[in-house]
Design a protein around this ligand. Structure first.
Ligand code: IPE
Ligand code: IPE
Ligand code: MG
Length: 232
């Protein structure tokens, strides 16, 4: 968070990351993919620990896409297990550090015990005032836009404002910077609407290797970008 409530020098309030490259990180080391995911969680932990120092208010992380169900049953189970483990091990620290947890995406279809853990974590971090960690779970931006358009239609008017107000991110600040690791240059159904005027940043660093210093590098580059929003 910014000191005394003022904006951070780089000006980015909301940063999102497509955390990619866990599998390739493991493969390079002749390790199972699951090890890459475990190390990926450690990268998340380190970033959340440093979040306040970056001045970023909201960090949104793409953890599981609506298309990731296409992976093997074993890998999906590994990822669910890691989510359980992460909540168990890190929730007390989130609460102690005033980090508010948010979820985007439809997590209701996850195993019942995991849904329960997530809801407990949401409730217990709701009062956090030192930064928000928004985690995208079973998230697909096209599906989100369809849901939002339906809600807007039910409200009587399909306008950009009405759709925006019904997106999963409605209560978060506008997206400033979208980062993707691992050298892939695509959005993979993440925050398509929200990225309309976000700055995009691609790095070859594989997610398990991504540190606070890498985030700070991205923020420094963001600070030097000229955002025009169509104007002159
Ligand atoms: C990102 O790493 C983690 C998830 C998508 C859950 P990957 O598992 O996609 O890693 P690569 O792309 O195979 O290297
Ligand atoms: C995007 O990564 C999803 C997450 C990071 C959770 P993927 O690895 O699933 O994306 P593609 O398949 O390479 O586009
Ligand atoms: Mg990938």
């Amino acid at each position: 968070m910014a000191e005394k409530g003022g904006p951070a020098a780089h000006g980015a309030r909301h940063v999102a990351i497509i955390m990619d490259g866990n599998g390739r990180w493991a493969k390079k080391r002749f390790l199972p993919r699951a090890v890459g995911h475990t190390r990926g969680v450690e990268a998340v932990r380190n970033l959340v620990r440093g979040l306040r120092s970056t001045g970023v208010e909201v960090l949104t992380l793409y953890a599981f896409s609506s298309e990731n169900w296409r992976r093997s049953e074993e890998e999906i189970q590994d990822l669910m297990g890691l989510m359980r483990h992460f909540i168990r091990s890190d929730l007390p620290e989130f609460i102690a550090n005033g980090i508010r947890l948010r979820i985007i995406g439809d997590y209701s279809i996850f195993p019942a015990d995991l849904v329960e853990m997530i809801e407990d974590a949401l409730a217990r971090t709701a009062g956090g005032r030192n930064g928000t960690l928004a985690v995208a779970l079973n998230y697909g931006s096209q599906q989100e836009i369809v849901r939002a358009a339906k809600a807007a239609a039910a409200g009587g008017e399909i306008t950009a404002e009405a759709i925006e107000a019904a997106l999963d991110t409605a209560d978060l600040p506008p997206l400033d910077l979208l980062i993707r690791t691992s050298g892939e240059v695509r959005l993979s159904n993440f925050l398509l609407w929200q990225a309309a005027y976000a700055e995009l940043y691609f790095t070859d660093v594989l997610w398990p290797d991504f540190t606070l210093a890498h985030l700070e590098e991205a923020l420094a580059e963001f600070a030097g970008r000229e955002r025009r929003f169509g104007g002159r």
